[in-house]
Design a protein around this ligand. Structure first.
Ligand code: 13P
Length: 270
């Protein structure tokens, strides 16, 4: 069975290094007994290094929230893959709907970033997902497939094993800037199951069955303690990318515990 991966995306919600350190420390200490689930947090860039020091001897891992596709140069406001590695990141989140839909990041740019991260051995959490309007217009399959094919352009079978796909339907992300005037709600288990199956089928078709079975596809969008079980029970859902509920151990750790419980009887985990 695929090992569950639970990631906490802190976005721009944690403003000081001190606060990030405290939150990371509490989360790390509440997951000490977690054996079967991989867990990371993605703090804002300013606190990555300090957070890494705090959690160095724990099971918690850290991720960058984005990066540039060029290693070094005159790129105001950007961060290099080399800086993420220097800070101790194990993963980088790429293609999140916020940089895509608010700051106009394209599939082509994301593709360059994916290739750069892989070149440096950084694991990629590649986010994809359709807006409410695209779903209403019946474009869910088309949008997700084109995001996959354009963002994964030039990625080899071996490299794909370093990628985790995060299906984050934009309409389910608890962010009014992304969803103005829309009632934000999590995907139902039926909606999530069908999207995840579609994504896995796409990977199977393009990269072959073994990789399709191997790859982890995690869900993001208003995931919380109250809906985590019904989502994580779905065969094609291999974890969660959690925003708001990852900001305190109180709301984050129960989700990780649910994932641990769901994998407790499984003998072999990759
Ligand atoms: P919420 O869990 O706050 O909806 O955010 C999801 C997300 O965007 C994670 O990357």
């Amino acid at each position: 069975m695929r090992r569950f991966l639970i990631g906490g995306n802190w976005k721009m919600q944690v403003l000081t290094v001190d606060d990030a350190e405290k939150k990371a420390q509490t989360i790390a200490s509440t997951i000490e007994n977690i054996k079967r689930v991989e867990v990371f947090i993605a703090p804002p860039f300013n606190s990555l290094f300090n957070v890494k020091q705090i959690i160095a001897k724990t099971k918690l891992r850290i991720a960058g929230q984005n990066m540039h596709y060029i290693e070094q140069g005159a790129f105001t406001g950007q961060i290099s893959v080399l800086s993420l590695l220097d800070a101790g990141c194990n993963y980088v989140i790429l293609g999140h709907s916020e940089p895509r839909r608010i700051f106009g990041e394209s599939n082509q740019t994301i593709n360059l970033k994916v290739l750069k991260a892989l070149q440096h051995g950084l694991k990629v959490v590649l986010c994809i997902g359709e807006t409410a309007k695209e779903r209403e217009e019946g474009l869910t399959r088309e949008i997700n497939s084109s995001q996959l094919s354009e963002c994964l352009f030039g990625v080899s079978d071996e490299e794909l094993k370093k990628i985790i796909i995060a299906y984050e339907p934009v309409w389910a992300i608890n962010n009014p800037y992304l969803n103005p005037g829309i009632e934000i709600k999590p995907a139902t288990p039926t909606q999530a199951a069908s999207a995840h199956k579609m994504i896995r089928d796409w990977i199977r078709k393009e990269f072959g069955n073994p990789i399709g079975e191997w790859i982890r596809i995690i869900y993001g969008g208003s995931m919380s303690q109250s809906n985590a079980r019904e989502l994580l029970e779905i065969t094609d859902i291999d974890g969660g990318l959690i925003g708001g509920a990852s900001l305190t151990a109180e709301s984050f750790t129960p989700i990780i515990q649910i994932a641990e419980e769901l994998s407790k009887d499984i003998e072999e985990l990759r």
